[in-house]
Every structure is written in structure tokens, then in C-alpha cells.
Ligand binder design. Structure first.
Ligand code: ADP
Ligand code: MG
Length: 699
């Protein structure tokens, strides 16, 4: 005997939630021969479907063994049961289980694709010819009659060139005449296939069957052999198809198979893009850092500003007082930073034009904002230290304690307004560098003689537009802040003396905190600036803080508290949004995959491997999350850009506060991918625990 399929002691018990297990097949043994038509008859519930599902590899027996060509297929792992179905089985359902949106051709082509084979039109025509519907090749499934659909289903089974064709009540939904035509086809196929068909129609079975197996309560009640087997000499290909579907193919099938409910998809994408956009903004707003902002402002201004630092101390509630540095403090800072900070002495009030002997100002026309009217402090430098700076001097560097050298900017002020003291008065026209040298200015109660005028190499060219300064012009306003930062509290605005401390209060003992602020040249690379800014910001405590006198100076507290406010909102809303957007994406994808459980089962019945089926159905989720990621990162960067612009406008700054950079995009990407991944994985794990037939029957 040339049996190909042997069932030995197959038992199938279905576990049910309550009560005893259902015994659907009990100790079933049978040999199926090649090239014969078997009919399985029996009352409803007698175990017919259970039997052929097990034979088709759509379900596993509880115990017992199945042999195909003497190979035990029940020994196989799941992976191999996929290959078994793929290679040997063509399955025909009562309800056809065709994809009704696709054409006849596409349905059959799909079976080929799921096997990882090339689509050949000639092959498709060949199988359609076998079932006599060659001319329907381009019809849509929902344009066919029941009988025609079942022919398509048979053709779809045949295209795989299976050795075994299994049909579960293939004519159950058809009228008698059509049923006869279908059985004619099955009979014809049994010439070179093993065909096993379940039927409830005993008359037809008797007419067509090679053998009839009657079942009762999961056991064989009788076997009728009706005709001798027609043996046809034919070598069957017995090699197992172990096709790997390329990733791209599963994506392509997935794409063509996208049965998108458009409105639901649009709403989901819209909502989740909104949520993910807000999440991106929250992540960005949460990542602000005042230290970074100070650094960025120095960089954005082209390292033109000086590094001028105050120390403030909270003396009473919310009242901040300037705290002075001692020589020791400055030495320590210079040592820590390998810097050259200089302390500026400023114990008396210098903020009066009277001390500088400038005549009462007469504002004629536009006020010239580029002029300085008071010294911002006094600095003690000896000649060697001065020369190190590389500045040039008209006249002489001070040689005694009652001499002072003033920066060039003050010369320009005198040039504009003139000079006056108890003995002499010079009009603007009479002011020259030579005329100023030897004149006196008053600091406190001391008269100091101007020994020279120092060119501090300040390029005033770029601030020349400030002469037309207008409060409403944002760009001039920004420039004004920058100019003020550049010329106040540094070399351009202090008086140079040999020893200013002894002039006013005695000696500059290293323990005396007599320097009101310190300054140094700003390094012109971001790393060094970062290091310095971080150094001082780390020294900040609750009631003590180091304050950078830069162009942000007057705005920084407002900016800081504003950004902090947004940061707090961003943090909490970010957490909520994270939950919301993840859940939204998760529920949509999870739902969409769960809804396709039946299709997954059908694809597996057609011979697709579990892995490929999951790939095909993960597609939608992956597409959605990619669209989601692209849209939300684009919208996010547009919005962040908008926020930055409005910050720039209202705080007169020329750099971005928020930075939606590479890492934030990556974080967003990971969150989206992770929630997609979990959303895909959970239903797939749930589904993969079930047998294919369970998923098909799961409506
Ligand atoms: P038939 O196809 O002959 O009508 P089935 O093989 O479908 O019969 O069913 C055989 C027995 O197993 C029936 O009693 C049925 O109720 C039971 N059965 C079938 N499938 C399941 C299942 N998934 N869970 C529980 N019981 C089942
Ligand atoms: Mg049944």
C-alpha cells in the first residue's frame, strides 16, 4: 500500500472554562492513501472538523501521532508545522474565506506570495482553468456567486501544488446543482491528490467517494470502500518548502492589505500626533538650563562681552546686596579657572557727572547712547600689568597715587560736552587729548590728575547705529543691551590707578573684601566659556549668588522664573501626555491587530509562516507610528521655533532658548517605537498561543 498519511491513536480534548473537557476525537487511527477521495461523514458535533483541522496542521492533537511519508509531523515544533501546511496542504473552507476586497487573481497571487514564490500569471490561469473559471480572473470576489467563490478557493488551494487537499463542508453553503459541480472538481483532483472532504450530504458522498469514514462521538463507526484507488504513476516532490518571506515582501503584502477605516485612522493619527507633539515640546521645555542660556548668550554675541562677575548676598527677605571680593577670593578663582580676573575697587559713589567735571548736560536733539558719563570703578594696575594688556596710551601711565588714566570713551564724552573745574572751562571744540592731560577729576574728596588716555581697542563702529537709538526698535534695543554690557564694568569704563585702595581707605589687605566686582577677558571658545559659567553657577547657594554682568543681565531673572514656570508645567503635562499618547497609539494598534485575528488564521491556513503573518499585520502599526513620528517631530520643531522667536522678541536675545535637537528627536522616536512595539507584541503573543483554527473560528 502506498499510504502517505497515517494517523495513530489521535485524541483531542478541548479544555472548556467550566466543567469537564470535551472529548472531540478519541483514539482515532487511520491510513490515508495517495490519490483518493475520502469523505468524512457524521452528525454535527461528531468530530469531523476537529479531525481534518488536525490533519491540516491547523490544530494540535492532545495525544497521538501523525506520519507523513513515515515522518512524524506531531514531533515538529511550530515552525515546522508551518512548513508542513505550506508544503503539503491545500485547505478549503465552507465559508470560502477569500479576501473580498481583492480580485480573483490577487487572491490566488496572495497564496503564492505567502509561500514566498513569484507570481506567474500563466500559473494562475492554469489553476483557474482546472476549476473552469478562467474568464473570471479579474473579477472582484464580491462580484461572484457562492459556487464561483468556492472554485476560486479551490484554485487558491491548488496553486500551492499541495499533495493533500482538505475541504471542510465545501458545499455546505451551496445549492445541490453547484455542489455537484464542486464535487466533480474534487473527484478530478483526487486523481493526483489525496483529497479529504467533510460532508453532511450522504447521497453525494456515496456517489463520489473512494472511501467514506463515518464518525460518531469522535470515533470511527464505519468505513466504506467504494472504489479501487486510481494509482497514477507520478513522482511527487517530497521536499519541504522552507520559504523565508523577505521582510520587504511582507511589508508589501501588508501595505496592499491595509483595510484602513479612514476616519478612525485620521482621528487616531491626529490625536496622537497632537499628543506626541506636545510631548516633544514638554521634553524640550523641561530641558532648559539657565547656565546654558548664559553660555549661549556669550556665544551668540560673538564672545564680544567681557566676563564681569558680581557676588550678591541676600541680606534680608528678598533683598539682595552686593558682596565684595577679597584679594584671596580673586586669587582662588584665578587659580581654579586658570584665569586672570581683576578686582575693581568701588567704595564711593562714582555715579555723578560732577566727579568727572563734565558740564551740566545739555540734551540737544538725540541723546547719544554711546557716551559714558560715569566711571564704573577703579582698578589698580602697575605698569607691567598694564602693558600686558596690550593697550596703547596717550600721555603716561600713572606714576603716583594721585594720578589716574581714563579710557578713551571718556575722552569722547568730554569731546561732546566739554570740561569744567574751578579754574578752567573747555568747550567741546577746545577738547583735545593734550588739553585733557593734566586736568583734574574728583573721586570722593580726592583730586586726581589725568596722566593719560587709554585706547582700550573698542570697536565703536558696530554700535554707531545706537546714535539713532529708539526704544521701540527691537534690534537697536538688543544692541543697546549688548553695548551696555560691553562698555560697563570692565576696562572700557574704569579708571586706572597705581593703588586706589590706599587713596581712599588705606592698604588693600588680602582679607579685606574691597573689590565690588571682578572681570576678565572672555575666552572665545564655547568650552572655556562653559567651564567658567558652570564654575560660578555651581558656587551659587540659596542666599548667595554669582551674577554675570552680560547683555542678559537685567532680563535674566524674569527669563529664569518664566522658563522655570514652563519647565514645571512641561514636566507634569509631559508625564500625562506620555501616558495619553502611548495609550492612544497602543490601543489603536492593539485593536487593529486583534481585529485581524481571523485573517491571520486564514493566512496561516494558506500556508504562511507565523512570523510572516505577524510581520504582515504589524505593518499598519509600523506605518502609523512612522507617520506619527515624522509629523510630530516636524510640527514640534516648527512650534519650538515659534516659541524661540517670541522669546527672542520679548527678551531681546539673538539665540534659541529651546533646542529640539537630535537627542530629543531620538527620545520621541524611541517612545513612539516602544509603544508601537508593545502594542504589536501583546495581541500577537495572545494570538500565537491559539491554534490557527481557533483564530479563524474566532469570528
Ligand atoms: P463537527 O465538525 O463534526 O460538527 P467538531 O469537530 O466541530 O464537530 O466538534 C466536535 C466536538 O468538539 C463538539 O462537541 C464540539 O462542541 C467540540 N468542540 C469543537 N471545537 C471546540 C472548541 N474550540 N472548544 C470546545 N469544544 C469544541
Ligand atoms: Mg464541522
Amino acid at each position: 500500500m502506498d499510504e502517505i498519511l497515517t494517523l495513530k491513536n489521535i485524541t483531542k480534548k478541548y479544555p472548556i472554562k467550566k466543567g469537564e473537557n470535551v472529548l472531540a476525537l478519541s483514539d482515532f487511527s487511520f491510513d490515508f492513501n495517495e490519490n483518493r477521495l475520502y469523505f468524512i461523514l457524521g452528525k454535527s458535533g461528531s468530530g469531523k472538523s476537529t479531525l481534518i483541522n488536525i490533519i491540516a496542521g491547523l490544530d494540535k492533537p492532545t495525544s497521538g501521532e501523525i506520519f507523513l511519508d513515515d515522518k512524524n509531523i506531531t514531533d515538529f515544533k511550530d515552525f515546522n508545522i508551518d512548513n508542513y501546511r505550506n508544503t503539503f496542504i491545500g485547505f478549503i473552507f465552507q465559508e470560502y474565506n477569500l479576501l473580498s476586497d481583492l480580485s480573483v487573481k490577487e487572491n490566488i497571487a496572495l497564496a503564492l506570495q505567502l509561500q514566498g514564490k513569484k507570481i506567474l500569471e500563466s500559473e494562475i490561469l492554469e489553476v483557474l482553468d482546472k476549476v473552469n473559471i478562467k474568464d473570471l480572473i479579474n473579477r472582484k470576489i464580491n462580484e461572484l456567486s457562492g459556487g464561483q467563490k468556492q472554485r476560486v478557493a479551490i484554485a487558491r488551494a491548488l496553486i500551492k501544488k499541495p499533495r493533500i487537499i482538505i475541504a471542510d463542508e465545501p458545499t455546505g453553503s451551496l445549492d445541490k446543482e453547484t455542489s455537484i459541480q464542486i464535487f466533480d472538481i474534487l473527484k478530478e483532483l483526487s486523481k493526483d491528490h489525496l483529497v479529504i472532504a467533510v460532508s453532511h450530504n450522504e447521497d453525494l458522498a456515496v456517489r463520489y467517494a473512494g472511501e467514506i469514514i463515518k464518525l460518531e462521538n469522535g470515533k470511527i463507526s464505519s468505513i466504506d470502500i467504494h472504489s479501487k484507488t486510481l494509482y497514477i504513476d507520478k513522482e511527487n516532490d517530497r521536499s519541504i518548502i522552507n520559504s523565508q518571506m523577505p521582510f520587504l515582501t511582507s511589508f508589501k503584502i501588508g501595505f496592499s492589505y491595509l483595510k484602513i477605516k479612514f476616519s478612525k485612522l485620521i482621528i487616531t493619527i491626529l490625536l496622537s500626533v497632537m499628543a506626541f507633539t506636545c510631548l516633544g515640546i514638554a521634553i524640550t521645555a523641561n530641558d532648559y538650563d539657565i547656565t546654558q542660556i548664559i553660555i549661549n548668550s556669550y556665544v551668540a554675541n560673538g564672545y564680544k562681552e567681557n566676563l564681569t562677575i558680581y557676588e550678591l548676598e541676600e541680606t534680608s527677605d528678598n533683598y539682595w546686596n552686593s558682596k565684595c571680593f577679597s584679594l584671596n577670593d580673586i586669587n582662588k578663582i584665578n587659580e581654579d579657572l586658570n584665569a586672570n580676573f581683576k578686582g575693581v575697587y568701588k567704595q564711593i559713589n562714582l555715579n555723578s557727572q560732577n566727579f568727572l567735571n563734565i558740564p551740566t548736560l545739555d540734551y540737544k536733539g538725540t541723546y547719544d547712547t554711546t557716551l559714558l558719563l560715569n566711571l564704573s570703578g577703579l582698578i589698580s594696575l602697575n605698569k607691567a600689568e598694564f602693558e600686558e594688556l596690550g593697550y596703547s596710551i596717550y600721555g603716561n601711565y600713572p606714576t603716583s597715587n594721585n594720578e589716574i588714566a581714563i579710557p578713551y570713551l571718556y575722552y569722547e564724552t568730554y569731546k561732546k560736552y566739554g570740561y569744567i573745574d574751578s579754574e578752567i572751562s573747555l568747550t567741546p571744540n577746545e577738547i583735545t587729548i593734550e588739553s585733557l592731560i593734566g586736568k583734574t577729576i574728583k573721586i570722593g574728596f580726592n583730586d586726581l590728575t589725568i596722566s593719560g588716555i587709554i585706547d582700550t581697542k573698542l570697536n565703536m563702529e558696530e554700535f554707531s547705529t545706537l546714535k539713532y537709538y529708539n526704544n521701540n526698535d527691537t534690534e537697536l534695543n538688543r544692541l543697546y543691551y549688548l553695548y551696555n554690557s560691553i562698555v560697563s564694568y570692565n576696562y572700557h569704563s574704569v579708571g586706572f590707578m597705581l593703588d586706589c585702595a590706599s587713596t581712599f581707605t588705606g592698604s588693600a589687605n588680602s582679607d579685606n573684601a574691597i573689590y565690588q566686582f571682578i572681570f576678565d577677558d572672555l575666552p572665545n571658545n564655547k568650552n572655556s566659556v562653559s567651564m567658567i559659567v558652570k564654575y560660578f553657577n555651581q558656587k551659587n547657594t540659596v542666599n548667595n549668588k554669582y551674577y554675570f554682568n552680560n547683555s542678559l543681565n537685567t532680563k535674566i531673572d524674569g527669563l529664569d522664573s518664566n522658563l522655570n514656570f514652563y519647565k514645571n508645567i512641561a514636566f507634569y503635562s509631559g508625564l500625562i501626555l506620555l501616558l495619553f499618547s502611548t495609550l492612544l497609539l497602543f490601543s489603536f494598534i492593539n485593536n487593529s491587530i486583534s481585529n485581524k485575528e481571523k485573517e491571520m488564521g486564514i493566512f496561516k491556513a494558506l500556508g504562511a509562516r507565523s512570523k510572516d503573518v505577524f510581520m504582515i499585520f504589524s505593518c499598519e502599526g509600523i506605518y502609523i507610528s512612522i507617520i506619527n513620528f515624522i509629523l510630530s517631530s516636524v510640527i514640534c520643531s516648527i512650534l519650538i521655533n515659534y516659541f524661540n522667536n517670541s522669546f527672542n522678541y520679548s527678551y531681546l536675545i539673538n539665540f534659541d532658548i529651546y533646542n529640539f535637537n537630535f537627542w530629543k528627536i531620538i527620545i520621541l522616536f524611541l517612545i513612539i517605537i516602544l509603544s508601537t512595539f508593545i502594542a504589536i507584541l501583546i495581541p500577537i503573543i495572545k494570538i500565537s498561543r491559539k491554534s490557527p483554527i481557533q483564530t479563524i473560528n474566532n469570528k
